[in-house]
Design a protein around this ligand. Sequence first.
Ligand SMILES: Cc1cc2nc3c(=O)[nH]c(=O)nc-3n(C[C@H](O)[C@H](O)[C@H](O)COP(=O)(O)OP(=O)(O)OC[C@H]3O[C@@H](n4cnc5c(N)ncnc54)[C@H](O)[C@@H]3O)c2cc1C
Ligand code: SF4
Length: 434
Amino acid sequence: MSLDPVIAFYAAPLVAIWSVYLIKRRRTEFRSLNAREEAIAAGLSEPTSLHPVIDSALCVGCKACLNACPEGDILGLIRGKAELVEPSNCIGHGACKTACPRGAISLVFGSEKRGVDLPVVGPDFATNVPGIYIAGELGGMGLIRNAVEQGRQAMQSIVAQGKAKRPGMLDVVIVGSGPAGIAASLGAMEKRLQFVTLEQDAFGGTVAHFPRGKIVMTAPAELPIVGQMKFKEVSKEKLLAFWHKVMRDTGLKINDQERVESVTAIDGGYAIKTTRAQYQTQSVLLAIGRRGTPRRLGAPGEELPKVVYRMVDPEQYRGQHVLVVGGGDSALEAASSLADEPGTTVTLSYRSDAFARAKTKNRKRVEDAELEGRINVLLSSTVSAIHPDHVELKHRNAPVVLRNDAIIVCAGGILPTDFLKSMGITIETKHGTA
Ligand SMILES: Cc1cc2nc3c(=O)[nH]c(=O)nc-3n(C[C@H](O)[C@H](O)[C@H](O)COP(=O)(O)OP(=O)(O)OC[C@H]3O[C@@H](n4cnc5c(N)ncnc54)[C@H](O)[C@@H]3O)c2cc1C
Ligand code: SF4
């Protein structure tokens, strides 16, 4: 029995559209499954902070959340339902929740398997320890706009305490110069407080370490002295240039490369010990984010300026002898990008005997570069001493000496929980709750 030609005429385009739709959907599902498997294999299957949880009973698989996420393939589609496939890359934009037409998404901290430690902070940003305040992502709420707002408001709360000046004591020490620390520092300047801003790394906080050219999604926010920060979509470089201009125009000073090591209660305030100095202050504002302090190697010579804990721009190492230390994705990505630079000699040192904690695509990039002689991989190796022009390692217990101009340590970070506990700040562990 043949099909009526009129029905066939109308049905053919519909069948074609339906087929294209099915092919696209199958491709999305295939990509999502791969991404989820890679994340699990690399031990990156747990979200680190605020993230979406999808109610599969309500989800109809429309993909609105996948399309809304500004960070790319964080969400995927598996068996017709949305799923978080790259949980550790989720930064909590929350655009998925807004986009979902079915109300299937809630945003939570932590999961059943992995709790997230958050300090208990009041609406005025005060902790349970009098005189110590917290603003920005450390308090749980990610994103630049929130950090700016909280930094500004936390400084207003500190000013509202109305503490009389004490001789020999600062009014406030601000720890961290990310968006929260910058806004708070401008707030302290505006109110003519006596303060210092201490930064263990470089001005700009986490933003300074975004990949080159990353488009930063944000929303307008109010900076003290400066007024509205009007960005919505801006490159990392433009945002940092804006903040540097603010610094120049206002005369704001940040003590960079100065890490706060301890905060101890004293009469009328706190003693702050840093890697460079000691301060006494009535109040402390912690704007230190959640990424923690980079784990150090503990090798002699590590204090040399050629040792850094993040690679920002591979180009700056062109033609140099570089050692990358670590076995996770950031170490492998750093080593591969350096190996692409003409004339750069790259050695990758890792203490274990395999790169088990990295994504397949990064392992493959390193394997290819090693085969082509562009990376020298030293598994089961540790750094024993660092000198201005060379580095000593132990490789399977045998000594190795390498010519060296720069060392990039990608050995993970020490989360701020212990630092907060040492000050007596109450911590709550969240297991999948808002
Ligand atoms: C890859 C990635 C992409 C992102 N993209 C976006 C985006 O597009 N839009 C958006 O709104 N948000 C984005 N975010 C999130 C955003 O970067 C953070 O929410 C924001 O930077 C938090 O600001 P903060 O000031 O609280 O902390 P941070 O920016 O983390 O700054 C904290 C600072 O404190 C310093 N510090 C820590 N400990 C000490 C110590 N002991 N002594 C001295 N200094 C210390 C750190 O070195 C750091 O500079 C992204 C995050 C990542 C990781
Ligand atoms: S937007 Fe909502 S309904 Fe659509 S796929 Fe995402 S969770 Fe499911």
